[in-house]
Design a protein around this ligand. Structure first.
Ligand code: AMP
Length: 112
């Protein structure tokens, strides 16, 4: 499958890894929008959160189970924001479900 994030998981494209377990991979966003900007992704490919079903919801659960560990690995002790963009209107540019973990400063209240 020609998926950028699958290639990153496979090590075919370099990334700045901050956390990895059996199900999840987390790495620094190449264009950070906050002092800490990490992408947390399931190792199993799924296009977006809009594709989740009862059978695949565990992929999102595994990401969320890893989030506190990723946040601690990044030194985030005072909160952070988690965002997933979905589809065209959500401005999703990479079609492998991913969660932006943003922090390291007081983030703006406005989200859109
Ligand atoms: P989205 O726009 O929600 O699909 O987010 C995709 C994110 O992937 C963007 O924030 C990009 O900066 C980031 N990105 C694209 N290519 C890479 C890469 N090779 N390494 C790290 N982050 C990347």
């Amino acid at each position: 499958m020609d998926c950028l994030f699958c290639k990153i998981i496979a090590g075919e494209i370099p990334s700045a890894k901050v956390y990895e377990d059996e199900y999840v991979y987390a790495f620094r966003d190449i264009h950070p929008q906050a002092p800490v900007h990490v992408l947390v992704i399931p190792k199993t490919h799924i296009d977006s959160a809009d594709c989740l079903t009862e059978e695949t919801a565990h992929l999102a659960a595994e990401v969320f189970a890893a989030l506190p560990k990723v946040a601690r690995a990044c030194g985030l002790v005072n909160g952070y924001r988690v965002i997933t963009n979905v589809g065209e209107d959500g401005c999703q540019s990479v079609r492998h479900m991913h969660f932006h973990l943003l922090g390291g400063k007081k983030l703006p209240e406005q989200m859109s």
